[in-house]
Design a protein. Structure first.
Ligand code: HEM
Length: 524
Protein backbone atom coordinates (compact mmCIF):
# COMPACT_ATOMS: atom_id res chain seq x y z
CA UNK A 1 0.00 0.00 0.00
CA UNK A 2 2.75 2.44 1.03
CA UNK A 3 4.87 1.46 -1.97
CA UNK A 4 2.01 1.97 -4.37
CA UNK A 5 1.38 5.45 -3.04
CA UNK A 6 5.05 6.37 -3.27
CA UNK A 7 5.16 5.18 -6.88
CA UNK A 8 2.10 7.21 -7.74
CA UNK A 9 3.76 10.19 -6.11
CA UNK A 10 6.81 9.82 -8.31
CA UNK A 11 4.59 9.68 -11.39
CA UNK A 12 2.53 12.67 -10.33
CA UNK A 13 5.61 14.70 -9.38
CA UNK A 14 7.19 14.20 -12.74
CA UNK A 15 4.17 15.82 -14.37
CA UNK A 16 4.43 18.96 -12.28
CA UNK A 17 5.68 22.16 -13.81
CA UNK A 18 7.52 23.65 -10.83
CA UNK A 19 7.23 27.23 -11.98
CA UNK A 20 3.44 26.99 -11.63
CA UNK A 21 3.49 25.57 -8.15
CA UNK A 22 1.77 27.75 -5.64
CA UNK A 23 1.12 25.27 -2.88
CA UNK A 24 2.66 23.26 -0.22
CA UNK A 25 0.84 20.11 -0.91
CA UNK A 26 1.49 17.73 -3.76
CA UNK A 27 0.07 14.74 -2.09
CA UNK A 28 -1.30 13.69 1.23
CA UNK A 29 -0.93 10.17 2.39
CA UNK A 30 -3.41 8.69 4.82
CA UNK A 31 -1.73 6.90 7.66
CA UNK A 32 -3.41 3.98 9.24
CA UNK A 33 -2.04 2.85 12.54
CA UNK A 34 -1.03 -0.58 11.27
CA UNK A 35 0.83 0.55 8.13
CA UNK A 36 2.31 3.88 9.19
CA UNK A 37 6.04 3.84 8.94
CA UNK A 38 8.20 6.56 7.49
CA UNK A 39 11.26 5.25 5.69
CA UNK A 40 13.67 3.13 7.73
CA UNK A 41 11.53 3.43 10.82
CA UNK A 42 10.09 0.40 12.49
CA UNK A 43 6.32 0.62 12.97
CA UNK A 44 5.33 1.66 16.45
CA UNK A 45 3.88 -0.67 18.97
CA UNK A 46 0.42 0.89 18.83
CA UNK A 47 -0.44 2.45 22.16
CA UNK A 48 -3.81 1.76 23.62
CA UNK A 49 -6.46 4.17 22.37
CA UNK A 50 -8.76 3.18 25.19
CA UNK A 51 -10.98 5.88 26.50
CA UNK A 52 -10.13 6.62 30.09
CA UNK A 53 -9.36 9.86 31.86
CA UNK A 54 -5.79 10.89 31.26
CA UNK A 55 -3.53 10.21 34.22
CA UNK A 56 -2.39 13.82 34.36
CA UNK A 57 -5.94 15.17 34.38
CA UNK A 58 -7.99 12.69 36.39
CA UNK A 59 -10.77 15.20 36.97
CA UNK A 60 -11.31 15.96 33.30
CA UNK A 61 -13.80 14.27 31.09
CA UNK A 62 -11.06 13.54 28.62
CA UNK A 63 -10.20 11.95 26.27
CA UNK A 64 -13.61 12.22 24.64
CA UNK A 65 -14.71 9.49 22.32
CA UNK A 66 -12.46 9.90 19.32
CA UNK A 67 -13.35 7.59 16.49
CA UNK A 68 -10.09 6.75 14.80
CA UNK A 69 -11.67 4.22 12.47
CA UNK A 70 -14.04 6.74 10.97
CA UNK A 71 -11.28 9.27 10.54
CA UNK A 72 -8.76 6.99 8.88
CA UNK A 73 -10.81 6.00 5.86
CA UNK A 74 -8.71 6.05 2.72
CA UNK A 75 -9.31 9.08 0.55
CA UNK A 76 -9.88 7.96 -3.04
CA UNK A 77 -8.18 11.10 -4.33
CA UNK A 78 -5.17 10.93 -2.08
CA UNK A 79 -2.80 9.55 -4.70
CA UNK A 80 -3.43 12.33 -7.16
CA UNK A 81 -1.27 15.35 -7.39
CA UNK A 82 -3.26 18.45 -6.72
CA UNK A 83 -2.18 21.99 -7.39
CA UNK A 84 -4.34 24.30 -5.42
CA UNK A 85 -4.73 27.93 -4.58
CA UNK A 86 -4.18 29.09 -1.00
CA UNK A 87 -7.93 29.06 -0.18
CA UNK A 88 -8.46 25.59 -1.60
CA UNK A 89 -5.38 24.33 0.15
CA UNK A 90 -6.76 25.58 3.45
CA UNK A 91 -10.04 23.77 2.86
CA UNK A 92 -8.26 20.61 1.85
CA UNK A 93 -6.26 20.48 5.07
CA UNK A 94 -9.50 20.67 7.03
CA UNK A 95 -10.96 17.73 5.15
CA UNK A 96 -7.80 15.71 5.65
CA UNK A 97 -7.59 16.42 9.34
CA UNK A 98 -11.04 14.90 9.79
CA UNK A 99 -10.47 11.97 7.45
CA UNK A 100 -7.11 10.96 8.84
CA UNK A 101 -7.37 11.97 12.46
CA UNK A 102 -5.13 11.90 14.54
CA UNK A 103 -2.23 12.10 12.09
CA UNK A 104 -1.44 12.31 8.40
CA UNK A 105 1.63 12.63 6.28
CA UNK A 106 2.29 14.64 3.17
CA UNK A 107 5.11 14.65 0.75
CA UNK A 108 6.21 17.81 -0.99
CA UNK A 109 8.82 16.97 -3.59
CA UNK A 110 11.51 15.38 -1.39
CA UNK A 111 10.09 16.73 1.90
CA UNK A 112 7.86 14.91 4.30
CA UNK A 113 5.50 16.75 6.58
CA UNK A 114 3.63 15.03 9.38
CA UNK A 115 0.48 16.74 10.63
CA UNK A 116 -0.50 16.13 14.22
CA UNK A 117 -3.99 16.98 15.40
CA UNK A 118 -4.51 15.14 18.68
CA UNK A 119 -4.18 17.32 21.82
CA UNK A 120 -2.08 14.68 23.58
CA UNK A 121 0.36 14.46 20.66
CA UNK A 122 0.62 18.23 20.46
CA UNK A 123 1.12 18.38 24.21
CA UNK A 124 4.12 16.06 24.03
CA UNK A 125 5.80 18.38 21.54
CA UNK A 126 5.03 21.80 22.96
CA UNK A 127 5.48 20.85 26.59
CA UNK A 128 8.93 19.32 26.70
CA UNK A 129 10.70 20.82 23.68
CA UNK A 130 13.06 17.85 23.99
CA UNK A 131 11.86 15.82 21.03
CA UNK A 132 11.33 18.70 18.58
CA UNK A 133 12.63 22.18 17.94
CA UNK A 134 11.07 25.13 16.17
CA UNK A 135 11.39 25.20 12.39
CA UNK A 136 12.56 28.72 11.58
CA UNK A 137 14.72 28.49 8.46
CA UNK A 138 12.60 30.64 6.14
CA UNK A 139 12.48 33.59 8.51
CA UNK A 140 16.14 33.92 9.39
CA UNK A 141 17.06 36.67 6.88
CA UNK A 142 14.28 38.82 8.22
CA UNK A 143 14.01 38.00 11.94
CA UNK A 144 17.47 36.60 12.65
CA UNK A 145 17.74 34.45 15.76
CA UNK A 146 15.38 36.38 18.01
CA UNK A 147 13.36 34.84 20.82
CA UNK A 148 10.59 34.30 18.30
CA UNK A 149 12.78 32.79 15.61
CA UNK A 150 15.40 30.81 17.48
CA UNK A 151 15.00 27.09 17.06
CA UNK A 152 15.55 26.58 20.80
CA UNK A 153 18.33 25.65 23.21
CA UNK A 154 20.56 27.73 25.48
CA UNK A 155 20.66 30.87 23.33
CA UNK A 156 16.86 31.01 23.11
CA UNK A 157 16.53 30.31 26.82
CA UNK A 158 18.93 33.13 27.69
CA UNK A 159 17.00 35.68 25.59
CA UNK A 160 13.59 34.51 26.73
CA UNK A 161 14.70 34.93 30.36
CA UNK A 162 16.01 38.37 29.51
CA UNK A 163 12.81 39.64 27.86
CA UNK A 164 10.09 37.93 29.92
CA UNK A 165 10.32 40.37 32.88
CA UNK A 166 9.37 43.21 30.53
CA UNK A 167 5.83 41.82 30.14
CA UNK A 168 4.89 42.17 33.80
CA UNK A 169 1.61 43.51 35.18
CA UNK A 170 3.11 46.89 36.06
CA UNK A 171 4.20 47.51 32.46
CA UNK A 172 0.79 46.43 31.17
CA UNK A 173 -0.89 48.82 33.60
CA UNK A 174 1.37 51.64 32.40
CA UNK A 175 0.41 50.98 28.79
CA UNK A 176 -3.33 51.30 29.43
CA UNK A 177 -3.18 55.07 28.88
CA UNK A 178 -1.42 54.63 25.53
CA UNK A 179 -3.90 51.95 24.46
CA UNK A 180 -6.77 54.26 25.39
CA UNK A 181 -5.34 57.05 23.19
CA UNK A 182 -4.83 54.68 20.26
CA UNK A 183 -8.35 53.27 20.67
CA UNK A 184 -9.73 56.84 20.53
CA UNK A 185 -7.90 57.36 17.22
CA UNK A 186 -9.47 54.14 15.96
CA UNK A 187 -12.96 55.35 16.89
CA UNK A 188 -12.35 58.71 15.17
CA UNK A 189 -11.25 56.92 12.00
CA UNK A 190 -14.29 54.62 12.01
CA UNK A 191 -16.61 57.55 12.80
CA UNK A 192 -15.73 59.07 9.43
CA UNK A 193 -17.43 56.16 7.69
CA UNK A 194 -20.24 55.70 10.20
CA UNK A 195 -23.27 53.99 8.67
CA UNK A 196 -21.41 52.80 5.62
CA UNK A 197 -19.85 49.41 5.07
CA UNK A 198 -16.33 49.38 6.54
CA UNK A 199 -13.57 47.00 5.53
CA UNK A 200 -12.23 46.60 9.07
CA UNK A 201 -8.83 45.04 8.49
CA UNK A 202 -6.91 48.26 7.56
CA UNK A 203 -8.43 50.20 10.50
CA UNK A 204 -7.72 47.46 13.00
CA UNK A 205 -4.28 46.91 11.52
CA UNK A 206 -3.41 50.58 11.93
CA UNK A 207 -4.59 50.58 15.56
CA UNK A 208 -2.61 47.44 16.41
CA UNK A 209 0.47 48.72 14.61
CA UNK A 210 0.39 51.96 16.61
CA UNK A 211 0.02 50.05 19.89
CA UNK A 212 2.85 47.62 19.16
CA UNK A 213 5.18 50.37 17.94
CA UNK A 214 4.51 52.28 21.18
CA UNK A 215 5.36 49.14 23.15
CA UNK A 216 8.55 48.32 21.28
CA UNK A 217 10.10 51.66 20.33
CA UNK A 218 7.97 54.28 22.08
CA UNK A 219 5.09 56.31 20.70
CA UNK A 220 7.40 59.19 19.78
CA UNK A 221 9.94 57.12 17.84
CA UNK A 222 10.77 58.97 14.64
CA UNK A 223 10.79 56.75 11.58
CA UNK A 224 8.89 56.16 8.37
CA UNK A 225 6.12 53.93 9.77
CA UNK A 226 4.42 53.56 6.40
CA UNK A 227 7.59 52.38 4.67
CA UNK A 228 8.33 50.03 7.56
CA UNK A 229 4.82 48.51 7.48
CA UNK A 230 4.73 48.25 3.69
CA UNK A 231 8.15 46.58 3.59
CA UNK A 232 7.10 44.18 6.35
CA UNK A 233 3.92 43.24 4.45
CA UNK A 234 5.90 42.66 1.28
CA UNK A 235 8.46 40.47 3.07
CA UNK A 236 5.57 38.43 4.47
CA UNK A 237 4.27 37.92 0.94
CA UNK A 238 7.69 36.72 -0.21
CA UNK A 239 8.03 34.29 2.69
CA UNK A 240 4.46 33.02 2.21
CA UNK A 241 5.13 32.51 -1.47
CA UNK A 242 8.25 30.56 -0.57
CA UNK A 243 6.40 28.39 1.95
CA UNK A 244 3.85 27.51 -0.72
CA UNK A 245 6.34 26.85 -3.50
CA UNK A 246 8.43 23.75 -2.80
CA UNK A 247 11.26 24.40 -5.24
CA UNK A 248 11.96 27.65 -3.39
CA UNK A 249 12.76 25.64 -0.26
CA UNK A 250 16.22 25.39 -1.75
CA UNK A 251 18.20 28.46 -0.54
CA UNK A 252 20.24 28.75 -3.72
CA UNK A 253 17.19 28.70 -6.03
CA UNK A 254 15.21 31.02 -3.78
CA UNK A 255 18.01 33.60 -3.60
CA UNK A 256 18.15 33.65 -7.39
CA UNK A 257 14.37 34.04 -7.73
CA UNK A 258 12.43 37.29 -7.99
CA UNK A 259 10.99 36.69 -4.51
CA UNK A 260 14.39 35.99 -2.97
CA UNK A 261 15.85 39.19 -4.41
CA UNK A 262 12.82 41.25 -3.41
CA UNK A 263 12.98 39.87 0.12
CA UNK A 264 16.68 40.79 0.41
CA UNK A 265 16.01 44.42 -0.62
CA UNK A 266 13.02 44.79 1.72
CA UNK A 267 14.79 43.20 4.66
CA UNK A 268 17.62 45.66 4.13
CA UNK A 269 15.13 48.55 4.31
CA UNK A 270 13.51 47.18 7.50
CA UNK A 271 16.89 46.67 9.16
CA UNK A 272 18.12 50.15 8.20
CA UNK A 273 14.99 51.77 9.65
CA UNK A 274 15.24 49.81 12.89
CA UNK A 275 18.97 50.43 13.22
CA UNK A 276 18.43 54.15 12.89
CA UNK A 277 15.80 54.12 15.68
CA UNK A 278 18.23 52.18 17.92
CA UNK A 279 21.11 54.57 17.13
CA UNK A 280 18.92 57.58 17.86
CA UNK A 281 17.91 56.18 21.24
CA UNK A 282 21.53 55.35 22.10
CA UNK A 283 22.49 58.94 21.27
CA UNK A 284 19.70 60.24 23.54
CA UNK A 285 21.05 58.08 26.29
CA UNK A 286 24.68 59.07 26.07
CA UNK A 287 24.37 60.98 29.33
CA UNK A 288 22.91 58.07 31.27
CA UNK A 289 20.42 55.23 31.26
CA UNK A 290 16.74 56.14 31.56
CA UNK A 291 14.82 54.78 34.55
CA UNK A 292 11.05 54.43 35.05
CA UNK A 293 8.60 53.43 32.32
CA UNK A 294 10.55 51.83 29.53
CA UNK A 295 9.59 50.50 26.13
CA UNK A 296 11.16 47.27 24.86
CA UNK A 297 14.01 49.07 23.07
CA UNK A 298 14.89 50.99 26.23
CA UNK A 299 14.51 47.85 28.33
CA UNK A 300 16.98 45.95 26.09
CA UNK A 301 19.45 48.85 25.93
CA UNK A 302 19.39 49.02 29.69
CA UNK A 303 20.02 45.26 29.89
CA UNK A 304 22.96 45.66 27.48
CA UNK A 305 24.29 48.53 29.57
CA UNK A 306 24.08 46.28 32.64
CA UNK A 307 26.15 43.59 30.95
CA UNK A 308 23.63 41.37 29.13
CA UNK A 309 25.10 39.41 26.23
CA UNK A 310 23.27 41.41 23.55
CA UNK A 311 24.64 43.51 20.71
CA UNK A 312 22.92 46.05 18.48
CA UNK A 313 21.93 43.53 15.84
CA UNK A 314 20.53 41.27 18.58
CA UNK A 315 18.37 44.17 19.79
CA UNK A 316 17.24 44.87 16.23
CA UNK A 317 16.26 41.22 15.75
CA UNK A 318 14.08 41.32 18.86
CA UNK A 319 12.37 44.57 17.86
CA UNK A 320 11.61 43.46 14.30
CA UNK A 321 10.34 40.09 15.57
CA UNK A 322 8.08 41.53 18.25
CA UNK A 323 6.66 44.05 15.80
CA UNK A 324 5.86 41.18 13.48
CA UNK A 325 4.63 38.73 16.17
CA UNK A 326 2.45 41.32 17.87
CA UNK A 327 0.91 42.89 14.81
CA UNK A 328 -0.59 40.34 12.42
CA UNK A 329 -1.82 38.02 15.12
CA UNK A 330 -3.73 40.64 17.09
CA UNK A 331 -5.03 42.44 14.00
CA UNK A 332 -6.31 39.18 12.55
CA UNK A 333 -8.10 38.20 15.73
CA UNK A 334 -9.61 41.60 16.40
CA UNK A 335 -11.06 41.67 12.88
CA UNK A 336 -12.67 38.27 13.43
CA UNK A 337 -14.10 39.33 16.81
CA UNK A 338 -15.76 42.33 15.17
CA UNK A 339 -17.27 40.13 12.47
CA UNK A 340 -18.53 37.59 15.03
CA UNK A 341 -20.09 40.24 17.29
CA UNK A 342 -21.76 41.87 14.29
CA UNK A 343 -23.23 38.49 13.34
CA UNK A 344 -24.39 37.55 16.85
CA UNK A 345 -26.64 40.27 18.12
CA UNK A 346 -27.41 38.51 21.44
CA UNK A 347 -23.70 38.12 22.22
CA UNK A 348 -22.98 41.74 21.30
CA UNK A 349 -25.85 42.80 23.58
CA UNK A 350 -24.38 40.81 26.45
CA UNK A 351 -20.89 42.25 25.93
CA UNK A 352 -22.31 45.78 25.94
CA UNK A 353 -24.40 45.09 29.06
CA UNK A 354 -21.32 43.79 30.84
CA UNK A 355 -19.37 46.86 29.74
CA UNK A 356 -22.06 49.18 31.17
CA UNK A 357 -22.17 47.26 34.42
CA UNK A 358 -18.37 47.16 34.89
CA UNK A 359 -17.87 50.84 34.01
CA UNK A 360 -20.97 52.00 35.88
CA UNK A 361 -21.08 55.07 33.69
CA UNK A 362 -20.68 54.24 30.02
CA UNK A 363 -18.79 57.50 29.47
CA UNK A 364 -16.09 56.44 31.91
CA UNK A 365 -12.72 55.41 30.45
CA UNK A 366 -11.82 51.81 31.26
CA UNK A 367 -8.95 51.23 33.68
CA UNK A 368 -6.66 48.20 33.76
CA UNK A 369 -8.85 46.71 36.51
CA UNK A 370 -12.06 47.32 34.51
CA UNK A 371 -10.53 45.49 31.56
CA UNK A 372 -9.71 42.53 33.83
CA UNK A 373 -13.34 42.48 35.00
CA UNK A 374 -14.74 42.09 31.47
CA UNK A 375 -15.05 38.32 31.80
CA UNK A 376 -17.69 37.71 29.15
CA UNK A 377 -15.80 39.84 26.65
CA UNK A 378 -12.77 37.67 27.41
CA UNK A 379 -14.84 34.55 26.68
CA UNK A 380 -15.81 36.05 23.31
CA UNK A 381 -12.16 36.74 22.48
CA UNK A 382 -11.22 33.19 23.44
CA UNK A 383 -14.02 31.70 21.38
CA UNK A 384 -12.97 33.77 18.38
CA UNK A 385 -9.37 32.59 18.90
CA UNK A 386 -10.69 29.04 18.93
CA UNK A 387 -12.61 29.51 15.69
CA UNK A 388 -9.91 31.63 14.04
CA UNK A 389 -6.55 30.97 15.69
CA UNK A 390 -4.19 33.62 14.30
CA UNK A 391 -1.44 31.00 14.08
CA UNK A 392 -3.28 28.03 12.54
CA UNK A 393 -0.26 25.69 12.46
CA UNK A 394 2.95 25.56 14.48
CA UNK A 395 6.03 24.33 12.63
CA UNK A 396 8.45 22.04 14.43
CA UNK A 397 11.18 19.57 13.46
CA UNK A 398 11.71 16.32 15.35
CA UNK A 399 15.16 16.24 16.91
CA UNK A 400 15.09 12.50 17.63
CA UNK A 401 12.96 9.46 16.90
CA UNK A 402 9.78 9.85 18.88
CA UNK A 403 6.60 7.94 19.53
CA UNK A 404 3.46 9.99 19.70
CA UNK A 405 0.93 9.53 22.46
CA UNK A 406 -1.40 7.98 19.88
CA UNK A 407 1.20 5.38 19.00
CA UNK A 408 2.99 6.45 15.84
CA UNK A 409 6.72 6.53 15.39
CA UNK A 410 8.14 9.67 13.81
CA UNK A 411 11.75 9.61 12.63
CA UNK A 412 14.38 12.17 13.52
CA UNK A 413 14.53 15.35 11.42
CA UNK A 414 10.91 15.23 10.22
CA UNK A 415 9.00 18.44 9.64
CA UNK A 416 5.98 18.54 11.94
CA UNK A 417 2.92 20.68 11.57
CA UNK A 418 0.87 21.03 14.76
CA UNK A 419 -2.66 21.58 13.54
CA UNK A 420 -4.00 24.16 15.99
CA UNK A 421 -6.85 25.18 13.69
CA UNK A 422 -7.88 21.56 13.14
CA UNK A 423 -7.70 20.74 16.81
CA UNK A 424 -9.87 23.77 17.62
CA UNK A 425 -12.47 22.51 15.14
CA UNK A 426 -12.53 18.89 16.26
CA UNK A 427 -16.17 17.93 16.93
CA UNK A 428 -15.11 15.49 19.62
CA UNK A 429 -13.45 18.23 21.62
CA UNK A 430 -15.81 21.07 20.71
CA UNK A 431 -19.33 19.83 19.91
CA UNK A 432 -20.89 21.76 17.02
CA UNK A 433 -17.41 23.23 16.34
CA UNK A 434 -18.41 25.91 13.83
CA UNK A 435 -20.86 27.52 16.25
CA UNK A 436 -19.74 30.76 17.91
CA UNK A 437 -20.53 30.00 21.52
CA UNK A 438 -18.57 32.07 24.06
CA UNK A 439 -20.15 30.04 26.88
CA UNK A 440 -17.78 27.22 26.03
CA UNK A 441 -15.26 29.30 27.96
CA UNK A 442 -17.51 30.05 30.94
CA UNK A 443 -15.61 28.83 34.04
CA UNK A 444 -17.82 25.77 34.60
CA UNK A 445 -17.38 24.62 30.97
CA UNK A 446 -13.78 25.70 30.40
CA UNK A 447 -12.47 23.31 33.02
CA UNK A 448 -13.76 20.40 30.94
CA UNK A 449 -11.63 21.40 27.93
CA UNK A 450 -8.36 19.53 27.67
CA UNK A 451 -5.59 22.03 28.52
CA UNK A 452 -3.82 21.29 25.24
CA UNK A 453 -6.93 21.40 23.08
CA UNK A 454 -7.00 25.21 23.12
CA UNK A 455 -3.67 26.65 22.06
CA UNK A 456 -4.09 29.97 20.25
CA UNK A 457 -0.99 31.21 22.08
CA UNK A 458 0.82 27.88 21.86
CA UNK A 459 1.84 26.33 25.19
CA UNK A 460 4.75 25.21 27.30
CA UNK A 461 7.98 27.17 27.49
CA UNK A 462 7.57 28.66 23.99
CA UNK A 463 4.14 30.08 24.57
CA UNK A 464 3.34 33.61 23.44
CA UNK A 465 5.19 36.18 25.47
CA UNK A 466 2.76 38.98 24.55
CA UNK A 467 -0.60 37.29 25.12
CA UNK A 468 -1.66 39.50 28.04
CA UNK A 469 -0.77 42.62 26.10
CA UNK A 470 -2.73 41.31 23.10
CA UNK A 471 -5.85 40.66 25.17
CA UNK A 472 -5.59 44.08 26.79
CA UNK A 473 -5.28 45.74 23.40
CA UNK A 474 -8.30 43.90 22.03
CA UNK A 475 -10.43 44.63 25.08
CA UNK A 476 -9.55 48.33 24.99
CA UNK A 477 -10.53 48.70 21.35
CA UNK A 478 -13.73 46.69 21.79
CA UNK A 479 -14.74 48.95 24.70
CA UNK A 480 -14.10 52.07 22.66
CA UNK A 481 -15.93 50.79 19.58
CA UNK A 482 -18.94 49.28 21.38
CA UNK A 483 -19.48 52.44 23.42
CA UNK A 484 -19.89 54.39 20.19
CA UNK A 485 -21.30 51.94 17.67
CA UNK A 486 -23.66 49.07 17.13
CA UNK A 487 -22.05 46.51 14.84
CA UNK A 488 -24.18 45.16 12.00
CA UNK A 489 -23.24 42.19 9.85
CA UNK A 490 -22.02 42.44 6.28
CA UNK A 491 -19.62 39.52 5.89
CA UNK A 492 -20.56 36.34 7.71
CA UNK A 493 -18.51 33.39 8.97
CA UNK A 494 -19.72 31.35 6.02
CA UNK A 495 -19.06 34.07 3.41
CA UNK A 496 -15.42 34.81 4.29
CA UNK A 497 -12.79 32.65 2.64
CA UNK A 498 -9.93 31.71 4.93
CA UNK A 499 -6.45 31.35 3.51
CA UNK A 500 -3.27 29.86 4.88
CA UNK A 501 -0.49 32.34 5.22
CA UNK A 502 1.99 32.96 8.05
CA UNK A 503 -1.04 34.01 10.08
CA UNK A 504 -4.69 33.26 9.42
CA UNK A 505 -6.12 35.58 6.79
CA UNK A 506 -9.17 36.10 4.68
CA UNK A 507 -9.12 36.42 0.93
CA UNK A 508 -11.31 39.49 0.47
CA UNK A 509 -11.28 41.31 3.78
CA UNK A 510 -13.91 41.49 6.53
CA UNK A 511 -16.70 44.02 6.27
CA UNK A 512 -18.87 45.32 9.11
CA UNK A 513 -21.36 48.20 9.30
CA UNK A 514 -20.93 50.59 12.23
CA UNK A 515 -24.13 52.38 13.28
CA UNK A 516 -24.06 55.13 15.93
CA UNK A 517 -25.16 53.83 19.33
CA UNK A 518 -27.64 55.79 21.36
CA UNK A 519 -26.19 55.41 24.82
CA UNK A 520 -27.70 52.94 27.26
CA UNK A 521 -29.84 51.56 24.47
CA UNK A 522 -29.14 48.06 23.47
CA UNK A 523 -29.16 46.87 19.90
CA UNK A 524 -32.46 47.39 18.08
C1 HEM B 1 -3.92 37.62 19.44
C2 HEM B 1 -2.62 37.90 19.47
C3 HEM B 1 -1.51 36.88 19.47
C4 HEM B 1 -1.54 35.55 19.16
C5 HEM B 1 -2.74 34.71 18.73
C6 HEM B 1 -0.20 35.05 19.32
C7 HEM B 1 0.17 33.73 19.13
C8 HEM B 1 1.45 33.25 19.32
C9 HEM B 1 1.84 31.88 19.11
C10 HEM B 1 0.92 30.77 18.65
C11 HEM B 1 3.16 31.79 19.39
C12 HEM B 1 4.03 30.54 19.27
C13 HEM B 1 4.59 30.47 17.87
C14 HEM B 1 5.44 29.24 17.64
O1 HEM B 1 5.93 28.66 18.60
O2 HEM B 1 5.62 28.87 16.48
C15 HEM B 1 3.61 33.10 19.77
C16 HEM B 1 4.91 33.39 20.15
C17 HEM B 1 5.34 34.67 20.42
N1 HEM B 1 4.58 35.81 20.50
FE1 HEM B 1 2.60 35.93 20.21
N2 HEM B 1 0.61 36.08 19.70
C18 HEM B 1 -0.15 37.22 19.81
C19 HEM B 1 0.29 38.47 20.18
C20 HEM B 1 1.57 38.79 20.52
C21 HEM B 1 2.02 40.09 20.96
C22 HEM B 1 1.10 41.30 21.15
C23 HEM B 1 3.37 40.01 21.15
C24 HEM B 1 4.34 41.08 21.60
C25 HEM B 1 4.04 42.31 21.80
C26 HEM B 1 3.77 38.64 20.85
C27 HEM B 1 5.06 38.18 20.92
C28 HEM B 1 5.42 36.85 20.77
C29 HEM B 1 6.79 36.37 20.90
C30 HEM B 1 8.04 37.20 21.19
C31 HEM B 1 6.75 34.99 20.69
C32 HEM B 1 7.91 34.01 20.74
C33 HEM B 1 8.00 33.35 22.10
C34 HEM B 1 9.06 32.25 22.15
O3 HEM B 1 9.24 31.53 21.19
O4 HEM B 1 9.69 32.12 23.21
N3 HEM B 1 2.65 37.94 20.47
N4 HEM B 1 2.55 33.98 19.73
Amino acid sequence: MQLLEDELLEISCSKVNCSNMTLLELQSVPISQSTYSLENTPPAEPLSMSISPHADYPGLEYPPVFEPETYSLADPQSSLTLLRKQGELFKRYRERSLLYFPIFKERVLGFKIVHLIHPEDIKVIVLTGKCAHKETRFFVNWLGRSVLNDKGGHRWHYKRKLITPFFNVKVLQDYVTTLREKAKDLVLAVEECEGTVVEVVPYVSNYVSNCVIALTMGKDALFDVQLFNESTNEVKNCVTKRLCTPWMYNDFLYNLSHYGKTEATLVDTIHKITNSVIKCKMKDWKNGVKEGNLNILEFLLKAKHNGADLDESGIREELVSILMAGHDTTASNLSFVLMLLANHKEVQDRVFEELCSVLGDVEKEPTYEDLQDLKYMHQCIKESLRLYPSVPNLARRSSKIMTTHTGYVIPEDTLLSLGIFDMHHNPNVYPDPEKFDPDRFAPENAKKIHPFAFLPFSGGSRNCIGQKFAILQMKMSLCALLKKFVLKPVDTPSSVRLISSITLNVENGIRVRFLPRIHKELIQ
